[in-house]
Design a protein around this ligand. Structure first.
Ligand code: ZN
Length: 308
C-alpha cells in the first residue's frame, strides 16, 4: 500500500513530497528489503547507508543460509549527529525494523556498527512470552558478531576479544534468579548470549564439531519460526534440538531457566584457548576446545550459501 502510494506520487511528479522521504529496494538472501529514508539523505550518505544495510543482510544470510523473512520494511530515520543510535525489530503484522542514524555518520562508523545486524537476527526467531525476552536478546547479541565473522566482516580476534570482555556481565549477581525470572540488562543481553555460547559449544561437542547453534536455529526458521509468529519458547527449543539430533537447548534451558547458574568463565576461555595479553587477544590452538572456537568464527567458504 505504502509503496504503491509512493509510486503514484513519483508518477504524478510531487517533487516536494518525494524529497521528504526516499525509498530503495534491495534483494538479498531471497528476501526483499524495502528501505525508507526519512528525510531523504544526500547521495553519498544514501550510498553508504544502502551498503551498510546490504552488508548486514548478507552476514545474516550467511549464518542462516537465507534471509530470515521473505520481506522486511526497514525505516532509517536520520537526525543530526554521527553514528548509529538505536534500532528495533518488530514482528507484528509483518517484519519491520526501524533504526536511527546520524546524518554525519561515516563509512568507518557504518563498518563498526553492530545494531543493524542485531536487529536482522531478531527476525530469525519467533516472538516468545515476555519472561523469555533473554533468548531474543541473547541470540541477537551472540549471533550478530558470529555472523559478521562468517561473512568476513569481523576478525575472529575481534569477536572473541569482545566476548571475553563482555560475557561476564551475563553472570548472575547476588540475589539473581534464573533467566526467566531476573530481567536486568546484563542477564537479558549477556545472560542470554552466554546461554547461546554454551549451547553452541555443547552442540559441537556432542556432534563431533559437525553442527552448531546455526544449524539448530536454521531448523526453527525452516519450521516457520520467524519474528512474525508467536510461539511458546519450548516449541522453538524442541525443534532446534530435533534439527541437530542432540537435546542441548532444552537441557540447558531446564538448568538455567529458574536457577542462577554461574559457569566458570575463566575455565571456559582457557578451554577455548582465548586470552588477553597486554590488551591483545591471543589464541591457544592447543586448547581442548580450540577446534570448536575456530569453527564458530571461521569465514564461510567462498561461493557460500547465498545468492544475490
Ligand atoms: Zn535486540
Amino acid at each position: 500500500m505504502r509503496l504503491l502510494f509512493s509510486l503514484i506520487l513519483t508518477w504524478l511528479g510531487f517533487s516536494t513530497l518525494a524529497k521528504a522521504q526516499d525509498d530503495a529496494q534491495l534483494q538479498i538472501g531471497g528476501a526483499t528489503i524495502d528501505v525508507s529514508f526519512d528525510p531523504a539523505p544526500p547521495a553519498a550518505l544514501r550510498r553508504l547507508a544502502l551498503d551498510w544495510i546490504a552488508t548486514a543482510a548478507r552476514a545474516v544470510t550467511v549464518y542462516y543460509t537465507r534471509f530470515p523473512v521473505p520481506h522486511v520494511d526497514l525505516a532509517v530515520n536520520f537526525h543530526e549527529g554521527e553514528g548509529v543510535d538505536s534500532g528495533r525489530a518488530f514482528g507484528w503484522k509483518r517484519a519491520h525494523i526501524s533504526i536511527a542514524v546520524g546524518q554525519s555518520t561515516t563509512a568507518a562508523d557504518f563498518a563498526d556498527d553492530w545494531t543493524i545486524t542485531h536487529e536482522m537476527v531478531h527476525l530469525a526467531f519467533p516472538s516468545v512470552p515476555e519472561s523469555h525476552h533473554w533468548i531474543e536478546e541473547g541470540l541477537a547479541t551472540y549471533v550478530e558478531p558470529v555472523a559478521r565473522a562468517r561473512a568476513g566482516d569481523l576478525t575472529p580476534e575481534k569477536v572473541w576479544g569482545d566476548m571475553f570482555d563482555a560475557m561476564s556481565q551475563g553472570l548472575p549477581k547476588a540475589g539473581d534468579r534464573g533467566l526467566d525470572f531476573t530481567h536486568t540488562w546484563g542477564r537479558t543481553y549477556w545472560g542470554g548470549a552466554l546461554f547461546c555460547l554454551l549451547a553452541d559449544i555443547e552442540i559441537r561437542k556432542r556432534t563431533g564439531n559437525r553442527l552448531g547453534l546455526e544449524d539448530a536455529t536454521r531448523g526453527i526458521l525452516k519450521a516457520g519460526g520467524s519474528i512474525e509468529v508467536e510461539w511458546p519458547l519450548e516449541r522453538a527449543l524442541r525443534i532446534a534440538d530435533q534439527t541437530v539430533g542432540v537435546r542441548v537447548l532444552e537441557e540447558l534451558y531446564d538448568q538455567m531457566r529458574a536457577a542462577p547458574v554461574s559457569p566458570d568463565l575463566h575455565q571456559l576461555w582457557e578451554d577455548l584457548g582465548v586470552a588477553r595479553q597486554a590488551g591483545k587477544v591471543v589464541f591457544d590452538d592447543s586448547a581442548p576446545l580450540a577446534p570448536v572456537r575456530k569453527a564458530i568464527t571461521a569465514p564461510a567458504a567462498s561461493g557460500s550459501a547465498f545468492r544475490n
